[in-house]
Each structure stands twice: as C-alpha cells, then as structure tokens.
Design a protein around this ligand. Structure first.
Ligand SMILES: Cc1cc2nc3c(=O)[nH]c(=O)nc-3n(C[C@H](O)[C@H](O)[C@H](O)COP(=O)(O)OP(=O)(O)OC[C@H]3O[C@@H](n4cnc5c(N)ncnc54)[C@H](O)[C@@H]3O)c2cc1C
Length: 474
C-alpha cells in the first residue's frame, strides 16, 4: 500500500495522542494547530488548568507507552472531600476497593508530554499558528490560515481527522456542506470560573492533598483539584445570570438566621458579582472556610474569564472517508463526570483498533467507528449532565450520603459490585452506555433502600447484592 498522509486539525489532547497512535501504524501525520507551540510560548493550555485522568484515559495512554510517565506526574484523588457550610469536612471515597481512584494532572503538562512523544516520530510534523478556517466536504481539502501573515493555503491528505475541540471549524463546514447533518448544542445556565488556592507557607497543601474538594451549595458549587507544588485550582460553577432563560428572576431566597420567617434575596449568579463587596459577601456567606485560603480571590475572579458549559451532539461524524470528527469536536460534554478527555482518549483507542481491522479503508473504518461510539458518547453526555445535579445537590442530601456509604460497603465486600461512578471511571472494559443503564437502575434501587433506614448498618448487604445482580446489563 502506498504511504498514506493523514491531516489532523488541532494539537490538543486528542489530536496529540492520535498523532502518536497513527505514527505507530506508519502513517505520515501532519498536525495543524491554531495556537502557537505551547512548549515555547507563555500561554495556558486554554481552559482548565488541571484535569481528572481516570482508567479509560490511562488505558489509551498505556497503549502508547505514556501511562507510567503521566501517573508519576499526577496526584491521586481518593474521594470527594465535602465541605458543608457548617461543621467538619468529610471524605466520601470514590470506591470501596483499593487502587480505584482518579488522578489530578496538569492539562498543559499532559498536552506537552503527548506532543513531545509524537515529535519523537519522524513521520509526525506539527504546524503551529495554522488555523483551519474551512473544509470542503466534496474534495476533502482543508483551508488553513497562517496566524502571522493571514495567508491561506489549501491542503489535502488521504484523509483528515478533526480534533479541533468544541468550537470545531471542520464541524462548522460539515454542518453547512453535508445534507441532513444532525447537530445540537445545549448550554447550561451555569458557567465556570477558575480560582486559586496557593501552597501553605511551608510549601505543603492547605487542605487534604489526595482528594477532590467540593463545596455543594444546591444552586451552585465550587470544586478544587490539587496541583503538584502544593496549590489547588478551584472552579466555581455558578449561573451566568440572575434571570432564568424565561426571563423570571432566579428565586434564591435565604432564611435570615436571626429573623425567623424573614427571607432575603441572595447573590447567586456571576452577573451579580460585579464588585469586591458583592464578591466577598457571596464568598463569606457560602464558602467561609475557603476564603482565608484564597488571598488572590478578587484578582483571580475579576481577571479570569467566565467559561460556558455546553453539550454538543452531532452525527454522522464522517464525510465519506474524507474526514472524521473525534473528541470534543464530535461530542463535547459538561465536565461533571471528569470524562471529556478520558472519552476522547477512548475514541483514539477505538479508532486504532478499527484501523487494525480494516487498514486504511477510511470509509469503512469511520462508519464502523461512528456506529460503535455514538451510543456511548451520548451516554456519557447524559451522565455528565446528571452528575452536575448530584455533585451540586445530592452530596449534601443525607439519603445520598447513606447510599454512598452503602455502595462503599458493597464494593468492599463484593468484588463484582460496581457503583455507576465506578463503572464509568474504573471499568474501561465496560461501554459508557452499559454503565449508564445498569448504573441508573442500581441508583434508583439503592436510593429507595436508603430512604427507608436511618443507619446503613441495618441493611442486609447480601439481599441488596442479589437484587443488583438481577439488573440486566444490556
Ligand atoms: C472546566 C473544564 C474541566 C474539565 N475537566 C475535565 C476532567 O477533569 N477530566 C476530563 O477527562 N475532561 C475534562 N474536561 C474536558 C476536556 O477538557 C475535553 O474533553 C478535552 O480537552 C477534549 O480534547 P480535544 O482534543 O477534543 O479538544 P481540545 O482539548 O479543546 O483541543 C482542541 C485543539 O484544537 C485547537 N483548535 C481549535 N480550533 C482550531 C482550528 N480552527 N484550527 C486548528 N486548531 C484548532 C485548539 O487550539 C486546541 O489545541 C474539562 C473541560 C472543562 C471546560
């Protein structure tokens, strides 16, 4: 077979990993990235500073020999450390089994490591400051604009894979160039802002290092992931506007502690936090334990952008054998399961196995890939949205806390018990769609059981286990 050239658009997490996979199969790979080379330029990797890497992502990194390196650079997070408004923090382990945890990694660190590894292959070439501004669905040509000169060039390979993220330019061209292309984008009313907790004066961590911290406050929440070096990156998830999409004012009323029966309107959206006074009023009310650890809160808050959170679904992902959408360009999800990148890495793994099966018959590879993958990316998109409500509301609900306790006991006692979270996060052998179906049925059952008892020790584990084993997995 003559040597094939594959064009990748976007050198983010998925594009850089995919370049390694394809180079290992002896394809010639050209990667066009809109931004400058982050290895030379002082730029952030874009959105979030750190990410949770879990088993599906690790499985893909393992296939290209990068898992051990990345895990050495990661901080294990063993569970969710819940910060209630009053009282002690408590750790809810992610799993009752040893060795099942997620890992906080630097987005930029991971991206750079993947690019460096891809660069070790002679067959891979990166082109930075080269933005794709169009794709011709009929000919398979991509139009690339040089960021410095504005000059535009047409390129064509044997095929093209678009890993240009949630705002994909290639997907935009497909939307206008392919009849009956299905596309939907739904935004949450909530956006996000990154904030910072520095290391303690002695260089250590100011909070528990091996945990993902959560401040669940029903209408909004804050989370924090640890970084190597002792700091934490916090993300505040909050409604963009105090008015709902239908124009009515968001009804967040708080009971006024000293005046029983009297309520007052509370700050509950980004558009209300316009001054240091409102910002500190909001933080002192809802995150009083965090404020003393955030000396640069006001600076961070007013300097850092407010990001939007959305789900993108579209199909088909392939244009004949001429192009394929992969990663966020095909299926951006909200970040509440910590799976967007893990799912994009699993995409690369599945695609690689189909190339093993069909070689460079791109139309067959891409069609089979879409059939295998769509049901699963839809499932993780749905679970990610549902998990927003779980993290925001349920972790503060006593029935949910008992349910997590019961699940931890089940996982400690029975090797074949997996919570929905564990199926998604630690079972890279289980498709997301199966995890969703079985996990939801299991959740309903366990919540019912826990609603009826005050104490988890009153529950007959054997009986529960028998019931969960009866839940079908297809
Ligand atoms: C706040 C937040 C937290 C998250 N946390 C997690 C987490 O904990 N765990 C997890 O698994 N996932 C997480 N995610 C999701 C994760 O970031 C994405 O799923 C992942 O980055 C997708 O990788 P990608 O390569 O498809 O897209 P991206 O990482 O977005 O990469 C796209 C690349 O394409 C480039 N590009 C864009 N347009 C063009 C163009 N026209 N021409 C050329 N290049 C272009 C971009 O510059 C970028 O380098 C989070 C997301 C957010 C927003």
């Amino acid at each position: 077979m003559p040597e094939q050239k594959i064009i990748i658009i976007g050198a983010g997490l998925a594009g850089s990993l995919l370049a390694i996979y394809l180079a290992k199969k002896d394809f010639r790979v050209e990667v066009y990235e809109a931004r400058p080379d982050m290895r030379n330029a002082e730029i952030s990797a874009g959105r979030s500073i750190n990410l949770a890497l879990s088993d599906r992502g690790i499985a893909a990194l393992k296939e290209v020999g990068m898992d051990e390196y990345m895990l050495r650079e990661a901080i294990p997070m063993l569970g969710r450390n819940i910060h209630p408004l009053t009282g002690e923090t408590r750790l809810l382990p992610y799993s009752g089994r040893q060795g099942e945890y997620i890992n906080s990694v630097s987005r930029a660190g991971l991206n750079v490591a993947l690019m460096n590894e891809a660069d070790m292959h002679d067959r891979v070439r990166f082109f930075f400051g080269q933005k794709c501004v169009g794709f011709d669905c009929r000919t398979g040509e991509a139009l690339i604009e040089n960021a410095e000169t504005g000059e535009k060039t047409s390129l064509k390979g044997d095929t093209l894979i678009a890993t240009d993220g949630g705002g994909s330019a290639v997907r935009d061209s497909i939307l206008h160039g392919v009849p009956r292309f299905n596309f939907s984008q739904t935004f949450l009313e909530h956006g996000y802002k990154e904030l910072h907790i520095p290391p303690a004066p002695d260089g250590g961590f100011m909070m528990e290092e091996n945990a993902l911290h959560i401040w669940p406050r029903h209408q909004f929440m804050m989370i924090a992931l640890p970084n190597i070096g002792g700091s934490f990156t916090c993300t505040l998830f909050l409604a963009h506007e105090c008015r709902n999409a239908n124009g009515s004012e968001r009804a967040l009323l708080v009971q006024n502690g000293g005046n029983a029966g009297r309520s007052e309107r509370a700050l509950s959206s980004f558009d209300q936090l316009t001054s240091e006074q409102t910002l500190f009023e909001f933080f002192n009310t809802h995150f009083p334990d965090a404020v003393p650890m955030m000396p640069t809160l006001a600076d961070d808050f007013f300097t850092n952008p407010t990001g939007s959170l959305g789900t993108i679904k579209c199909f088909p992902w392939n244009v004949g054998g001429r192009a394929l959408l992969l990663g966020d360009s095909a299926h951006a999800v909200v970040p509440f399961y910590g799976q967007g990148m893990n799912c994009a890495f699993e995409d690369c793994r599945v695609l690689d196995s189909l190339i093993d099966k069909h070689g460079a018959d791109w139309e067959t590879v891409f069609t089979e890939y879409g059939s295998a993958r769509k049901i699963n990316t839809d499932a993780i998109a749905d679970m990610a949205e549902e998990n927003f409500y779980e993290m925001r509301d349920a972790v503060a609900d006593p029935v949910f806390v008992r349910k997590r306790e019961l699940e931890t006991k089940l996982e400690q006692t029975y090797p074949d018990y997996f919570s929905k979270y564990s199926m998604v996060t630690f079972r890279e052998d289980m498709p997301y769609s199966v995890a969703k179906e079985k996990g939801n049925a299991q959740d309903r059952l366990l919540m019912e059981i826990c609603a009826d008892v005050e104490n988890v020790s009153a529950i007959d584990l054997n009986y529960v286990m028998e019931l969960t084993r009866g839940i079908p997995t297809n």
